[in-house]
Design a protein around this ligand. Structure first.
Ligand code: NAP
Length: 263
């Protein structure tokens, strides 16, 4: 039997185990996906021990996404983003599949990734998404509550600019894609973007997936925009991890069914 897992703290409410285990069932794989909550001081020993036990791959979540950079060898994209969410223990390589997760979520909804994207947020998700969209060919405008973080990230991402949240209306006027990569809207009915700034030429991805329909997505729908909920990003980051570990195409529909049953 192959064992995969998730390392974080806490991981009790993770949606990943049923999503991955449905993929194993769909492909007839003898495999399990297990969650682990190591003490931060034990993280390196936990990962070394997982490798010694023959665990194939680990996802990594809060608060360890940066900490594992010093434990595994990040691939070039994970090194640029500065965070790892997927480890291939057979090679000791760390990947960041949040970037490709956002890109594939948008593409799966027919969104062409040319033109200009506004990424709201410059934390972990914002960093991954900004690099992902820039690498896909978009010009990225980063807006963040703490404007210095937006400027710092923009200096690292090719062809990007950094801004405060008070510029959002101006930034969005001629934009093609908007991504909320802040935690605003998570478990509360709030939006980081003024309703009047939304328009029908936008595709809007909200990384937040609790609730699955955020205030931002409701307002974007009403404005006639294309909307993509955070469940799609979660699905495709998981699918990319699955593909990295197994060399099989991920059974997207089965994984999505398992995920949607929980959202
Ligand atoms: P993080 O590193 O803590 O970053 C949080 C971001 O939100 C920062 O840009 C922060 O701005 C901003 N922010 C927080 N409170 C705010 C407020 N009241 N007003 C304006 N901005 C505020 O968190 P993260 O890991 O990037 O996660 C962000 C969200 O993305 C979470 O909801 C998470 O669940 C979601 N996420 C989803 C996926 C997926 O697959 N769908 C993957 C990863 C993350 P400052 O810099 O000013 O503090």
């Amino acid at each position: 039997m192959h064992v995969f897992g998730l390392v974080g703290n806490p991981v009790g409410h993770s949606l990943s185990p049923p999503m991955h285990e449905r993929a194993y069932d769909a492909l007839g794989m003898d495999a399990r996906y297990v969650t682990f909550e190591p003490d931060p001081a034990s993280l390196e020993r936990a990962i070394t021990g997982a490798r010694a036990l023959g665990i194939v791959g680990l996802n990594v979540t809060i608060p360890f996404k940066r900490d594992v950079l010093s434990i595994v060898e990040p691939d070039p994209l994970a090194a640029r983003i500065g965070a790892v969410n997927t480890i291939d223990l057979s090679t000791n390589t760390g990947y960041n599949t949040d970037a490709v997760g956002a890109v594939r979520a948008l593409r799966s909804h027919g969104v062409g990734l040319s033109g200009t994207a506004v990424v709201v947020g410059a934390g972990g998700a914002g960093r991954a998404i900004a690099f992902g969209l820039a690498d896909a060919g978009m010009t990225v405008r980063i807006a963040n509550r703490t404007v210095e973080r937006a400027h710092e990230l923009a200096a690292e991402v090719p062809d990007a600019s950094g801004h405060g949240l008070n510029s959002l209306a101006e930034l969005l006027a001629d934009a093609d894609v908007l991504v909320n990569a802040t935690s605003v809207g998570m478990d509360e009915d709030t939006s980081p973007v003024p309703v009047a700034a939304l328009h029908s030429d936008l595709a809007v991805l909200d990384a937040v997936y609790t609730p699955i329909e955020t205030r931002l997505l409701r307002a974007a729908n009403e404005a006639g925009a294309t909307t993509v909920d955070g469940g799609w990003m979660l699905l495709y980051q998981g699918a990319a991890a699955f593909e990295q570990w197994t060399d099989h195409d991920a059974p997207i529909d089965a994984m999505n069914d398992a995920l949607r049953a929980q959202l």
